[in-house]
Design a protein. Sequence first.
Length: 225
Amino acid sequence: MSELTARILSAIVLAVAAVASAWTGGTVFALVWAALSLLCLHEWLSIVRGKPHYALWGLGGVAYVAALYYAVLTLRQDALFGLHSILFLFAVVWGADVGAYFAGRAIGGPKLAPRISPKKTWAGFAGGLVTAALAGALLLQLMGLTPKLWHIGLALVLAVGSVLGDLFESGFKRHFGVKDSGSLIPGHGGFLDRLDGFVIAAVMAALIGVLRGGTQQAATGLLAF
């Protein structure tokens, strides 16, 4: 099986599971994301274990996964737009990832951050932003909402956050001399590798939503305009 084929098949399986948990909500959603958060923490601690300042790095990992868990639960608990917000996040982050992958391979050109992630290009970054905006708008349309300029801008901001999250995790692994955070997901490595962009995008989305709508209506604050 080629790496691309394994990557696509793994992404499909994970996407179906993620959407199913979001759609179900409640305890199922909370348990799924608790399990994912613990897996990410396990991979983080496996990378830093035995290294200098292990306790400081370990606490950083706890904060990292706790922020992810808090963000997704805060958004999903909103009875009005909770499901919309999580699916919107999926669409934007996955759209950015897919768009960057194919635009980068097709166009190439100058590197985005060669010291951190040598494969990323500015063309891929631009392609990812366009795809993220389109995917987010399409998702809202399918969910019965009319996309507005706010949503396009929001998708672009969250897509940039996704890229920053990807670069952060790449820099983290490079600092410790690790290629992948794990090997549980064929074509993707570990769960930290798969969720790196989503973590930062989700935290940003939750912060925006809480600031605009409060903790009980964070998803409404995120999407309503």
